[in-house]
Design a protein around this ligand. Structure first.
Ligand code: TYD
Ligand code: MG
Length: 472
């Protein structure tokens, strides 16, 4: 009997191992390695001995000048979606939309499909997860039942490509989701890395040949059983992540990779009874939940891509009964919090050692800018000192390990938005350029202890238990 060709493949990162082990050396994931039967795929789709032996064909070499596809982007008409893709989908490109289950990927994409179809484009929506009836029901709820979207419930990639190849090439194809697809080219089970990779490859090849823009939905699961979209990320032209806190109504579409546009752009949506609605002025939405002047709340004037975004940062610093006090962060990097706390302790004479520290960004927003440091520090000191910050103050600036406050990009944009929303004072780095003719009062800070001192002076630093302090 012929020996079966099997490989041990990490379902999280796609690394191939010689033997099974509990932990993947490449990505560090536990229990992610699965034995896969790669029989036909090894020689066919994924390149094997036969592929190597074939004689090469000469390919024409061309210059950088010439016709590009850029000029005729497919605008979906959903403003926030088009913003993240860099002004619409490029024909022949493949976009991966990832996100947690239930976050609203299918809702967003059926809305995009309906919008393009209504404008006269040929749109095919293939669902591998839901029956046609379920997709129809959702579309009806979203008021899209009249849109001429072509639906199918199918999981075999070869059948899907055969269907799509018939007649005029579609303008937009949506595949929901890539994990449900399988192809006879690979012998392992649907959802495994080999299948996901082979299916994605087939669809991307179809997109390139036909000029159809293709959107693949990818699930992100924590248990590693189903292949994460990681392996597909390298193959597609753009990766968008749909995220948000399911307990909030806001959803954020974030560009993680984009060969045809900027990657730092975000689209903000609100989930409602009629599906997802774009939010053109997200600052108003994120600040809408503010409640009076309470200690521990500071407003950060941020920038996401080309758009200013004001969010409230909330800190709670409370005496801890634990030997090792808790540090919990929602919407920000916990290492960055540790750094800001260390700088406050080392350079500003404040003690957080005996306190639990909780930090949250309002509205379920996730911040990645280092410019948020100063607002985080202000919120922490304000909570520790029980000194509320002025209601109309905003903060932005990066904090260095030496305690220096550093300038950040896009100051003018941040200040303009803050002034528009009624803020009257901005605390910024001493050397911050780009803020002449600022429409509000500027307080320049060279070192963090100046800000910390001013906040503490307006409140009372609480007593902290000395024995807990010794521990950390
Ligand atoms: P869905 O698009 O199915 O998520 P995904 O494809 O990412 O798994 O969205 C699921 C959630 O969205 C579900 O919990 C219900 C909610 N929802 C609304 O609140 N309003 C709506 O109009 C729709 C269609 C869904
Ligand atoms: Mg779905």
């Amino acid at each position: 009997m012929a020996k079966r060709r099997t490989q041990f493949i990490c379902q999280s990162c796609g690394a191939v191992h010689a033997r099974w082990s509990g932990r993947c050396d490449a990505c560090g994931g536990w229990n992610t390695i699965v034995e896969e039967d790669t029989g036909a795929a090894a020689g066919g789709a994924l390149g094997g001995p036969q592929a190597k032996a074939a004689k090469g064909r000469k390919v024409p070499l061309v210059g950088l000048e010439g016709e590009t596809l850029e000029t005729r982007r497919l605008v979906t008409g959903i403003g926030e979606f088009d913003r993240v893709t860099g002004g619409g989908l490029v024909p022949g490109s493949a976009v991966l939309v990832g996100g947690d289950p239930g976050i609203g990927k299918s809702t967003l994409l059926i809305q995009a499909a309906g919008s393009v179809a209504r404008k006269g484009g040929r749109v095919v929506y293939v669902s591998g997860e839901e029956a046609v009836g379920q997709v129809r029901l959702r579309a009806q709820r979203l008021g899209l039942s009249g849109a001429p979207v072509q639906l199918a419930a199918e999981t075999n990639v070869d059948d899907i490509v055969a269907t799509l190849s018939e007649g005029a090439a579609p303008d937009l194809v949506i595949i929901d989701s890539i994990q449900t697809l399988w192809t006879a080219m690979a012998e392992s089970a649907p959802g495994t890395v080999t299948q996901v990779r082979a299916s994605a490859q087939t669809l991307i090849r179809f997109a390139k040949n036909s000029g159809a823009a293709i959107i693949l939905v990818g699930h992100v699961t924590k248990d590693g059983q189903i292949a994460g979209p990681r392996v597909v990320e390298h193959m597609v032209d753009a990766v968008l992540s749909f995220e948000g806190d399911r307990t909030h109504l806001f959803r954020i579409l974030r560009g993680l990779k984009n060969r045809f546009g900027p990657t730092d752009e975000i689209g903000v949506f609100e989930m409602g009874g009629e599906g997802l609605r774009g939010v053109p002025n997200p600052s108003e939405l994120f600040l809408g939940e503010r409640s009076g002047a309470t200690p521990g709340a500071a407003v950060f004037a941020g920038v996401e891509g080309t758009r200013p975004l004001l969010v409230e940062i909330q800190a709670l610093v409370a005496p801890s009964p634990l030997g090792t006090p808790r540090r919990a962060v929602v919407g920000w990097d916990s290492n960055r919090l540790s750094m800001v706390l260390a700088v406050l302790e080392a350079h500003c004479g404040l003690r957080f050692g005996g306190h639990d520290v909780y930090l949250a960004v309002s509205g379920g927003m996730r911040l990645v800018e280092p410019a948020a440091d100063l607002a985080v520090a202000a919120a922490l000191v304000s909570s520790l000192a029980q000194a509320p910050l002025a209601h109309d103050d905003v903060f932005f600036g990066e904090i260095g390990l030496s305690g220096a406050v550093r300038a950040v990009p896009h100051a003018a944009l941040r200040l303009k938005e803050a002034a528009r929303l009624g803020f009257s004072r901005a605390h910024i780095a001493g050397g911050q350029p780009d803020c002449e003719d600022a429409p509000l009062t500027l307080t320049r800070i060279d070192r963090l202890d100046e800000l910390a001192g001013a906040i503490v002076a307006s409140g009372v630093v609480r007593e902290h238990s000395p024995n807990a302090e010794d521990v950390v």
